[in-house]
Design a protein around this ligand. Structure first.
Ligand SMILES: [Zn+2]
Length: 509
């Protein structure tokens, strides 16, 4: 093992060195906090256009299903597949047509998923990954913009539907209807009209999911009332071709955005005259770009440029599971593995020695997070807040362990800064950096890896703060025991303490 004095652990930096360590740990905590904030801000920026997903190509001749005079698209925002399967009106409509499972891609966020539906291009193709603000103009190839007379009726968040070029968007003013009755009346009127394309965006289920979670009574009630509305809409236009879908589900505790199958895969159906029934609810999911291709064909439009979705019969024959999810390349994974290994090597080179066992605080912190919230995912609301108090509270066991270790080390005067840092943080920092390498990009979004970096940076920020507190306690103990206490392992008190306070004088360990 390296001589600790080489790394500043030699005799008599004493109390000053101890407090310097506290200060450095606090500064590192602030730096990791700031880095995490910048990282999270980068999630919400659009990226450059990317390549198309690798889907089995559509056959040269699409199956014949003539366009419909009237197409009605009902999107129940945030409706989980498991709950959709219990709804009577949706079940009846789906039983008369093609019942499907649809993979919404990633991230599972309302505006980007609608972007996929209306353009036929995935989030990665368009660069619209995690946009929560409206588009300034309709995207290229947007279907509603190509259909004269297209109408959208949005229960709330009018700006989402308003981003895609509908000729008319209701409500005319404001971002939401005054109440549910006004929304439902407007939706029924629009659906019953002669407009060639009507889109009804139901948002009460998503609102209930955010407020109380999928497992709540409120969510169930919202889903049933949305289903009742669907029944009324279908009755108002029995000859129309209906597309019914959700854009994502919700966690039992509420939240969406990640790539978990329970969030990303939703129930959908296409029903109406000339649509032969087919129950695909036990088949692998097709992709949102496939549903977009079917929708464009129903409206009588050619596939938009760059759209690679297949009509439903072809998509069902070659579902290509997971093909519309972003993935890290092999080179990226290899680079991430190297970075993780560098964290371990750093601990060895910097002389952490057996003290590196304290790195287990990081494992404990992540395990405690997972016990509270599950695997880190963009569906977990706790990964977003800048301060991250809830996630930090969940990770407390790891921080307590680290603080206790730091206090003991400080009290013993073992305050060699580099070696101390390497013991506690080299391996955790290497692991977080590896996850960052896996997801780095514009935007830095990758299923699970992005959320892991957020949680990891939070652990590093609060971990440094906990270590600072622990060192501070240790410094105080050491100072009370022996003012100007020696530093380094050689100074471990093995003789009666000469401090002013005999009660506080014994070894803290
Ligand atoms: Zn939502």
């Amino acid at each position: 093992m390296a001589d600790p004095r080489v790394f500043g652990g030699g005799p008599r930096p004493g109390t000053r060195a101890c407090w310097a360590l506290v200060l450095v740990a606090l500064l590192a905590a602030v730096a990791f906090h700031g880095g995490r904030r910048a990282f999270i801000r980068a999630w919400f920026r659009d990226g450059p256009p990317g390549p198309a997903p690798r889907l089995a190509p559509a056959p040269a001749e699409d199956p014949v299903r003539s366009p419909a005079d009237r197409v009605r698209v009902v999107l129940i925002d945030g409706l989980s597949e498991s709950v959709a399967a219990t709804l009577p009106a949706m079940g009846a409509l789906c039983a008369r047509g093609i019942a499907l499972r649809v993979d919404a891609g990633f991230p599972t966020v309302s505006l980007p998923v609608q972007h996929v539906l209306w353009t036929g291009r995935t989030q990665q193709q368009s660069g619209v990954w995690y946009r929560t603000t409206p588009l300034s103009r309709p995207p290229a190839g947007s279907l509603p913009a190509a259909v004269p007379g297209a109408v959208a009726v949005a229960e709330s968040h009018r700006s989402i539907a308003g981003s895609f070029g509908f000729e008319r968007v209701l409500p005319e003013a404001g971002d939401r209807f005054d109440d549910a009755r006004a929304f439902e009346a407007a939706a029924v009127r629009a659906v019953a009209s002669a407009a060639p394309l009507v889109f009804v965006h139901v948002l009460r289920v998503d609102a209930a999911g955010h407020a109380a979670g999928r497992a709540s009574r409120r969510y169930g009630e919202a889903a049933r009332s949305a289903d009742a509305l669907l029944g009324r809409l279908q009755a108002a236009a029995p000859g129309a071709r209906f597309f019914v879908l959700a854009d994502h589900g919700h966690r039992a505790e509420g939240g969406h955005g990640g790539a978990e199958p329970s969030i990303r895969i939703v129930r959908a159906c296409v029903a109406g005259p000339e649509v032969a029934p087919h129950d695909g609810t036990n088949e692998p999911p097709v992709h949102m770009v496939d549903l977009a291709a079917e929708l464009a064909a129903a409206v009588g439009h050619a596939r938009a440029s760059g759209a690679v979705g297949r009509r439903l019969p072809a998509a069902r024959r070659a579902p290509s599971p997971g093909a519309t999810l972003p993935r890290a390349s092999s080179a990226r994974i290899a680079a991430a593995a190297l970075v993780a290994a560098a964290g371990v090597a750093g601990a060895v080179v910097l002389g952490a020695g057996r003290q590196v066992a304290i790195s287990v605080w990081f494992v404990l912190a992540l395990a405690a997070f997972a016990a509270r919230y599950g695997a880190p995912s963009l569906s977990v609301p706790a990964v977003y807040p800048p301060v991250g108090r809830d996630a930090a509270v969940a990770m407390t066991p790891g921080f307590l362990l680290l603080a206790a270790w730091a206090a003991r080390r400080g009290a013993r005067g073992r305050v060699a800064p580099v070696r101390t840092w390497a013991a506690a943080f080299s391996v955790p920092a290497g692991l977080v950096a590896a996850a960052f390498v896996a997801c780095a990009g514009r935007p830095p979004l990758l299923p699970y890896a992005t959320a892991t970096v957020s949680v990891g940076l939070l652990a590093l920020a609060f971990g440094h703060a906990a270590a600072a507190l622990g060192f501070a306690a240790g410094c105080l103990i050491a100072a009370r025991r022996r003012p100007g206490v020696d530093d380094g392992p050689s100074a471990r008190p093995r003789r009666p303490c000469a401090g002013r306070s005999p009660a506080a004088g014994g070894p803290v360990s």
